[in-house]
Design a protein around this ligand. Structure first.
Ligand SMILES: [Ca+2]
Ligand SMILES: [Ca+2]
Ligand SMILES: [Ca+2]
Length: 841
């Protein structure tokens, strides 16, 4: 132990004095780099859609982990998601001065600053310049902030002017309140917290203040030294919001112009550090017969080894080498180098691990049963927990009570919404703004980590479930669902296939929308922001009592039947005929599934489908909606509805219209429309299938091109919301089913491998809890504040950050773009898994 301390002290001295080869350099990708340290300067801007997503600003990627973000002039101590973020209209890279300069603007306060970051030895100097002094209202509020990832720092030490401290594991700090008149406005005048009538807002106090701060003095991989002539303050952002970070901040001085603040930031680079190889393999295991290829992600400074081995565990816990094979080079992909290890020849069932040099993976299984349970947690646990308007119980635990008993209010006109919705200039319903719309509090599913009913997502779910029923008829029954009691009990079979009960649950909500509103709502979502970011039991997001404007804001009526709490959710009801047509597709399919189980609902769904198909087609003919981006590539909105109406009614004119729309759509973009066409194969005639063949051939060229695009051979999208390989796998599964001579089963296995751990950044399965030896442990679900997961959740994937970084935090759940499972994404996984398993039978 003591020897270790002496050794690391020597190492540290060596680190701090031998600076020459560790100097940060401005690289070709326009960030500051030395081995182990990347300082990004506005390579990522605050433009993600939800204001402060903790993925922008001056950022630090420290020994492979993005540990600091949000470096910018900010207007509060611990900015929350909906606090104002600066617009950054200019970013100038100056190679002569080794610096990057950006302009930061807050138009709401007519406040502009310039931030200049310059490489200085093994650190950077960050300076803030003002041409005009800080506006009076922002004095004592505007400052320079840099945020550090709590999960990478808690339990570690920090020194403030040499005073040692520990980063707190949980937010336990001191705060004060100030009058709301002093509060910085939030984005779009939203308010993130309910002040309970006090007229005051909460402001955290600093944990420490000083001029020199050393973060993580006990762990060289996270050690950062910050010094300034101004006071540095350390705050804990989690006091205000569970997704807050630790914030280091200096206030900008009042009344000054020119260079008003300078920080020196020196992230430690550990001598000789190389990132550990990330040995990607399928954590769920492998069938004896399937291809088995590990993709190993290597630091570019790491020299690939010639060979790797597979070890088999015996029943005494001893390992013996079962296979030794060559490492093949794939090449560079963004910042890392990739090699592959093919052990397909190992076919003996058993428990194995991969040994690559000194690196040994966790064990995994080779056996014929590895995929058998791959969808069970999603179907039995995740989906029922996301049933809205029901009480959901599991053994001794209640997941949530019955939410939103008070129903929904008509959203007022001309309203923008924090979840990227809006109500247009009319309600498009018979209801007046803020009038209660009776009957909508039934059925449907929570969208994702939040509790709203996104109509579009709910339609996708209903459609996904109906596709599964059509093609596979799973009779699995592990869930008790009683609509009359509004009660769900997990692990309690009730004699009815669960998928039928889920189809019923979706149809109850969506058919109610069609009948009550006359068309589909956009969303049923929160009217106030302070219950939108609710984490916990959905039933406590609102008080369950209808809003009564005659009462005071915190008053309950004497009869206990209404309250003055303005917390009811709103129905956003602007009519979008495209949405109506998508609902027609789902209604027609659900109507078939429900026949013989719930005949009344089946008939109602078909009636609404016929009406909306007619109305929406006319509306679109009169006023074609603007279609942009991906939607232009997808088939016309009445393509899929006509197909489903044909299958349900058997009327040939629907089939004719479907084909009339399908073939040109496939010409425009085979990939986007192929799945719809493939799912139609069993219902259409033989010439249909043959006519489809060339498009499958064309799609195969795309599939093969992915082998050159990236080492995993699946589509990887560098967007703000990561994308896993579920959609790719589903298309490949259906293509293989009907065209096995074109799309091989290996194209389906590739998608499964990626989902279950053979991917960038780490090798954990992206599906929570089931089957895999090492699934991800945290997800952005509605229990995210517990750093937990809901079994069966599926992560979006590995998020790309400009210009060359992929990440998926498994110790920090709060980044939705990489960790939030959605109801439509997870039911897409259910299709993928169900189709995949049926192919293997
Ligand atoms: Ca939502
Ligand atoms: Ca059941
Ligand atoms: Ca209420």
């Amino acid at each position: 132990m003591k020897k270790g301390i002496i050794l690391s002290t020597v190492l540290f001295l060596f680190v701090c004095c031998n600076v020459s080869n560790k100097d940060l350099k401005l690289n070709d990708l326009e960030y500051f780099e030395t081995q182990g340290v990347n300082v990004l300067v506005y390579n990522n801007l605050f433009t993600g859609g939800f204001n402060d997503e903790k993925t922008a600003g001056i950022e630090l990627i420290h020994h492979g982990v993005r540990t600091a973000t949000g470096g910018a002039v900010r207007l509060s101590n611990t900015p929350e998601q909906w606090d104002l973020v600066p617009a950054i209209p200019t970013r100038t890279v100056n190679r002569e001065t080794n610096s990057i300069e950006s302009t930061l603007q807050y138009p709401d306060y007519d406040f502009e600053s310039r931030v200049v970051v310059t490489a200085k030895g093994k650190g950077v100097e960050i300076s803030v310049y003002l041409d005009k002094p800080v506006p009076e209202f922002l004095e004592g509020k505007a400052g320079f902030n840099l945020e550090f990832l709590p999960s990478q720092y808690w339990g570690k030490t920090y020194l403030m002017d040499e005073r040692p401290n520990l980063f707190p594991r949980y937010a336990v700090g001191n705060s004060v309140t100030h009058p709301n008149s002093e509060k910085i406005k939030q984005f779009n005048n939203y308010v993130t917290s309910d002040d309970r009538g006090t007229g005051r807002f909460v402001d955290p106090l600093p944990l420490e203040t000083g001029r020199t701060m050393v973060l993580s003095s006990n762990d060289p991989e996270r050690l950062v030294k910050i010094s300034s002539d101004e006071d540095l303050m350390l705050f804990d952002g989690r006091v205000l919001a569970q997704n807050g970070w630790y914030v280091v901040r200096s206030l900008l001085p009042a009344g000054k112009t020119g260079k008003v603040l300078t920080w020196t930031v020196e992230p430690n680079a550990v001598d000789g550090w190389k990132r550990e190889p990330n040995i990607g393999f399928s954590q769920i295991g492998y069938l004896p017969s399937q291809p088995k290829v590990a993709v190993i992600e290597l630091d570019k400074k790491d020299k690939p080894l010639a060979k790797a081995s597979l070890y088999k565990m015996d029943d005494n816990g001893q390992a013996t080498e079962a296979f030794k094979g060559k490492i093949e080079t794939w090449g560079d992909y963004y910042k890392y180098h990739y090699v592959k290890f093919d052990f397909s020849s190992v076919k003996t069932p058993g428990v194995y691990y991969i040994q690559y040099g000194d690196h040994k993976t966790n064990t995994f299984i080779i056996e014929n049963n590895v995929y058998d349970k791959m969808t069970d947690a999603t179907s039995d646990i995740w989906i029922p927990i996301h049933m809205n308007h029901m009480f959901v119980n599991e053994a001794y635990r209640v997941w949530h009570g019955e939410p939103f008993k008070e129903g929904y209010l008509q959203a007022p006109v001309n309203t923008a919404h924090f979840d990227l919705h809006g109500q247009g200039p009319t309600t498009d319903t018979k209801y007046k703004p803020l009038e209660t719309i009776p009957g909508l509090n039934i059925g449907g599913w929570f969208d994702a980590g939040d509790f709203d009913i996104e109509t579009g997502s709910n339609i996708s779910v209903l459609n996904n479930l109906a596709v599964i029923w059509d093609h596979f008829k799973p009779m699995r029954d592990q869930t008790f669902v009683n609509q009359k009691q509004r009660y769900v009990d997990l692990h309690r079979p009730d004699g009815v296939p669960d998928i039928l009960q889920q189809i019923e649950h979706g149809a109850l909500q969506l058919v109610a929308q069609a009948e009550i509103l006359g068309h589909m709502a956009q969303t049923l979502s929160n009217g106030v922001l302070d219950n939108y970011h609710h984490i916990g039991d959905a039933a406590s997001a609102t008080d369950g009592l209808p809003y009564n404007p005659k009462l005071g804001p915190y008053e309950v009526a004497k009869d206990g039947k209404s309250s003055g709490r303005f917390d009811d959710l709103w129905a956003f009801t602007s009519r979008n005929p495209n949405n109506d047509l998508r609902a027609v597709t789902a209604f027609a399919a659900a109507s078939r599934a429900l026949k013989g189980y719930n005949d009344d609902l089946s008939a109602r769904a078909l009636k609404e489908a016929k009406r909306m198909l007619k109305e929406a087609t006319e509306l679109i003919a009169n006023k074609p909606p603007q279609e942009t981006g991906m939607f232009r590539m997808m088939g016309p909105p009445d393509m899929a509805p006509n197909f489903q109406m044909f299958v349900t009614t058997g009327e040939q004119h629907y089939a004719d219209r479907f084909e009339e729309l399908l073939w040109p759509a496939l010409e425009r973009h085979a990939g986007f429309n192929l799945l719809t066409a493939l799912q139609a194969v069993p219902y259409m005639n033989e010439p249909f299938k043959e006519k489809l063949r060339p498009y499958v051939v064309q799609y195969k060229e795309y599939v093969d091109s992915l082998k050159l695009d990236n080492p995993y051979g699946v589509p990887i999208h560098p967007g703000n919301w990561a994308r896993n390989s579920v959609g790719f796998g589903t298309t490949n599964a259906f293509a293989h089913k009907y065209f096995p001579d074109i799309i091989g089963i290996e194209d389906v296995f590739k998608a499964a491998d990626y989902m279950f751990g053979c991917h960038q950044y780490h090798n954990y399965s992206l599906v929570a809890a089931i089957g895999a030896t090492r699934p991800k442990e945290v997800f952005y679900g509605n229990n995210r504040a517990d750093f937990s997961f809901i079994p069966g959740n599926v992560a979006p994937g590995i998020l790309f950050r400009q210009p060359d970084h992929f990440e998926n935090y498994d110790d920090w759940p709060f980044l939705w773009g990489q960790n939030e499972g959605t109801i439509s994404g997870n039911t897409s996984y259910l299709i993928f898994g169900t189709a995949f398993k049926s192919l293997l039978k």
